[in-house]
Ligand binder design. Structure first.
Ligand SMILES: CSCCC(=O)/C(O)=C/O
Ligand SMILES: [Fe+2]
Ligand code: NI
Length: 194
């Protein structure tokens, strides 16, 4: 499910690089200070499992990350197309922004696309179940959950007040392709990938 695409900042049409190799994706992201890892749950997770079951299924990797990165709390975010607030939630993350803390997310169901804006490039990371991404504090980025939105992720926080974002005011996100979960699934199937 994970794909990485690198664009030059001023050319959103012709990607410079695209890969579905997790090791290559992790290496590219490490260059810009972004952590990317593939994690396994301790036990299988049923579709639509509640937050308690999600945290229980990933208890070992979550405990390891909390200890290693000093995260004070975790929560579970789930967005489905049936939620009346889905469109508003999608809009909230679509503008380029930064955070005062690292943004660490572990996807456990569905998919979503992070766009990380470096000095001269935009790196799109489509994350699916088992993908951990950590965007460093201060790094401009945006997130597209796609239409229809469908994902569940564990969020890690160091601040007691949870999710706080600072908009950069840069309209760059509007120039980049929106995330289309259906076409992503179709291209995976065509390529014979799970
Ligand atoms: C994948 S969790 C929701 C997205 C989010 O918290 C964020 O800040 C995106 O940039
Ligand atoms: Fe963010
Ligand atoms: Ni995919």
């Amino acid at each position: 499910m994970s794909h990485l695409t690198v664009f030059l900042e001023h050319d959103a049409q012709r990607p410079e690089l695209t890969t579905s190799d997790p090791a290559l994706a992790a290496a590219h992201l490490a260059h810009v200070g972004v952590l990317f890892e593939r994690l396994q749950p301790d036990r299988p997770l049923s579709p639509g499992a509640d937050a308690e079951a999600v945290l229980a299924a990933y208890a070992a990797p979550v405990a390891r990350l909390r200890e290693a990165r000093r995260f004070a709390s975790v929560d579970v975010i789930r967005v489905t197309p049936e939620m009346p607030e889905a469109a508003a939630l999608r809009g909230k993350f679509l503008e380029e922004h930064t955070h005062d803390e690292d943004e660490a997310r572990l996807f456990v169901e569905g998919a979503g696309a992070f766009f990380i804006h470096t000095a001269d490039r935009v790196i799109r990371v489509v994350c699916g179940a088992g993908d951990l991404l950590s965007v460093p504090a201060g790094a401009p980025h945006w997130f597209d959950m796609g239409i229809p939105p469908r994902f569940t992720a564990i969020r890690f926080f160091t601040r007691p007040d949870g999710w706080v974002a600072q908009p950069t005011g840069n309209p760059i996100a509007a120039r980049f392709p929106q995330f289309a979960p259906k076409s992503c699934a179709a291209s995976q199937a065509e390529a014979g990938l799970p």
